[in-house]
Design a binder for this molecule. Structure first.
Ligand SMILES: NC(=O)c1ccc[n+]([C@@H]2O[C@H](COP(=O)([O-])OP(=O)(O)OC[C@H]3O[C@@H](n4cnc5c(N)ncnc54)[C@H](OP(=O)(O)O)[C@@H]3O)[C@@H](O)[C@H]2O)c1
Length: 330
């Protein structure tokens, strides 16, 4: 069926400035790591993208290796762009990345100029795009000089194949160095994409200070700890869940998190929110956060995520209680 975007799509979404840049992100963004590959039902992915856009989600996050098989999430997204979003490219913020193993041999992994530039060219072809809005280096490369990787990002912007660049999963000192190099080259580092959620608070130690000092934004991935911070696993592991299907979330992790999840659920209940909404609101309490990058396997999960924006305020006592639960040994 022909898709016409909802004319009310910009009425209630919150848009937040990314660091000190000119660019605004929706407070909730959608990632295509899982559930958009060739192995997944295409129509379900298409419906989720349509619903997300109708809710004001303008930002869609991809990577060269999303699928499976690797590359197929970009191909499917390209199909959806072509069928549904002709004429809407300028309302969309599309990102992709390279940094994890993508093709055999020494040039399909990590952070060389050779890999990054070839990979972005492949991504653009798969998505049928002339440019992406943001291109990320997906993970740090311990062997390639940071100068080479950052110079490649700068070149990518100058060539017009990406409008902005970012980094993902860099530690705080490397984040600062990357920002310094890029600044000197004249292409500011727009954003960092780290993992951040109630179960992984690493970025609170040093990264936030670096974000403030360098003016870059922050878009945390796996804000729901891949589904642990929801009601998904509170009565066992459903067959269609990530913990059943994906190697990235193991049943032991579900088991390990349950006691804290149930305690957090009680706080969510008192706030009349879902646990997933509490987890998203909790991330957005930090002024350094630009957007929360959720994943979804169905439309209702996207609606839940956007629903989190209806209650973003916390009493100090709630934050203290959450800290206490998270500090307990699981
Ligand atoms: N830069 C990086 O290295 C990196 C790494 C990982 C992810 N990312 C990006 O971040 C995005 C999000 O990551 P993620 O998928 O791990 O995020 P997440 O939001 O923590 O987890 C998403 C999963 O949680 C479950 N879920 C979501 N909402 C729910 C709800 N309301 N109720 C119950 N269950 C719910 C669903 O799992 P079910 O399938 O079980 O329904 C969904 O697929 C990715 O798509 C990708 O774009 C980047």
């Amino acid at each position: 069926m022909q898709y016409t975007p909802d004319s009310a799509r910009y009425d209630s979404m919150i848009y937040k400035r990314c660091g000190k840049s000119g660019l605004k992100f929706p407070a909730v963004s959608l990632g295509l790591w899982h559930n958009f590959g060739k192995v997944d039902e295409f129509e379900n992915g298409q419906k989720m993208i349509r619903r997300a856009f109708d809710l004001g989600i303008t930002h869609f996050d991809l990577a060269n290796n999303y699928g499976p098989p690797a590359g197929s999430a970009e191909e499917n997204f390209g199909r959806i762009l072509k069928s549904d979003f002709q004429g809407y490219r300028d309302e969309l913020l599309i990102s992709t990345k390279a940094g994890w193993g993508m093709w055999p041999g020494p040039y399909g992994d990590f952070g060389s100029r050779k890999y990054l530039i070839a990979s972005l060219d492949q991504s653009l072809k798969r998505m049928g795009l002339d440019y992406v809005d943001i291109f990320y280096h997906h993970r740090p490369d311990p062997e390639t000089p940071l100068e080479e990787t950052m110079t490649a990002l700068d070149q990518i912007v100058r060539s017009g194949k990406a409008l902005y660049v970012g980094i993902s999963s860099y530690d705080a000192p490397s984040t600062r160095r990357a920002a310094d190099i890029l600044k000197e080259l004249g292409t500011p580092c727009l954003i960092h994409q780290p993992q951040y959620n109630m179960f992984n608070r690493t970025i609170e130690q040093q990264h936030l200070e670096v974000f403030n000092q360098t003016g870059m934004g922050c878009i945390p991935f796996s804000p729901l700890a891949q589904g642990l911070l929801t009601d998904r696993y509170q009565h066992g592991i459903p067959k269609d869940s990530r913990a059943s299907k994906s190697p990235f979330l193991r049943p032991e992790q579900v088991e390990h998190s349950l006691r804290q999840v149930k305690a957090l659920q009680k706080i969510a209940d008192k706030r009349e929110q879902k646990l997933s909404q509490l987890a998203i609101a909790w991330i957005l309490r930090l002024p350094e956060i630009t957007s929360v990058l959720v994943g979804a396997s169905r439309i209702s999960q996207i609606e839940d995520a956007v629903g989190a924006l209806n209650n973003l305020n916390f009493f100090a006592s709630e934050l203290t209680e959450i800290d206490q639960i998270l500090a307990e040994q699981a």
